[in-house]
Design a protein around this ligand. Sequence first.
Ligand code: NAI
Ligand code: MG
Length: 341
Amino acid sequence: MPNIALLPGDGIGPEVATAAVEVLNAVAFDLTYDEHKVGGAGIDEYGVAITDEAVAAVKASDAVFLGAVGGPKWDTNESGAVRAEDALFRLRADLGLYANLRPIRPLRALYDASPLKRELIEGVDMLIVRELTGGLYYGERGTKDGRAYDTMVYTVEEIERIVRAGFRAAKSRVTSVDKANVLDTSRLWREVVTRVHAEEFPNIELEHELVDACAMKLVAAPRHFEVIVTENMFGDILSDEASMLTGSLGMLPTASLGGDGPSMFEPVHGSAPDITGQGVANPIGMILSGALLLRHGLGREDEAAAVESAVDKALDKGIRSRDLGGTATTAEVTKAVLEEL
Ligand code: NAI
Ligand code: MG
């Protein structure tokens, strides 16, 4: 029986987590859940964003299902203070989650919510695979005498493992994104991608794209992309750009994979303090994160696809939470999805 470490967190986190667990229970009857307080909830209860006991329990689980952490109550600029977001950084580091997957699949019923024309986004179904624990965000940095620097470092091993994650997720085409006309890290990146492709994934088409050209193509011809694999900062920027194709933050799931232990699944949105406690949060981002948990965390493609198709159908029939211009509550959206399962 797969055991899920359930970390509802703060704000609307617990509201959408409850909704998503209801949906998971309707397709995967054998899952068990162990809940832990993390983020601000952890600080209030134990004085830390995540306890060592919770980390140990998470490591022993089969998959981690996280709501959202943070909120004004725990925001502080004091240096050295405990921060709710520390729970996320500790989990990513301790679980070795070096691959962040963000599927971008604008839902049929919401094409009109996208800032792009319908003809452009119809049928878009891409996956951005972003390196999450290396590069500029983890390199040496400093400020001195009116001068500041950040360093971008990648090793062959770090590139190999993220690129493999990209090829494994692809059916026919991988677009590797770099800035090889300028950066040494990108030239190494391109060399490693080309070799891994030739040696291990010759049946998948590989193309190289410069990051600036890719940024243009994402809005000019988004249907072109199937899997985009790229380093940490490029992936950070491109995944936020691509997420706008879907029109709403409340709908997007993400998966962080790569360690020897469990992977982590969470919605892209935060704890939404402005709507907390009103029962109006859109649970779809969390529900679709549950689908990713089934697919990438437990290898259950059929159940994952069933959840995704139930969400599509419920939206086709017109259910809309407030962020989508409707009036449905969290519970009503959840019920509409459950009815399609
Ligand atoms: P946010 O994503 O929480 O909210 C941005 C806007 O989107 C708000 O108006 C909110 O009401 C709306 N929104 C977000 N999710 C929604 C949903 N499911 N249904 C309906 N509306 C939704 O981002 P914000 O306000 O910048 O951050 C709030 C807190 O969340 C901060 O403490 C931040 O650090 C934390 N945060 C945590 C993340 C995580 O746990 N991974 C990610 C992003 C932010
Ligand atoms: Mg970002």
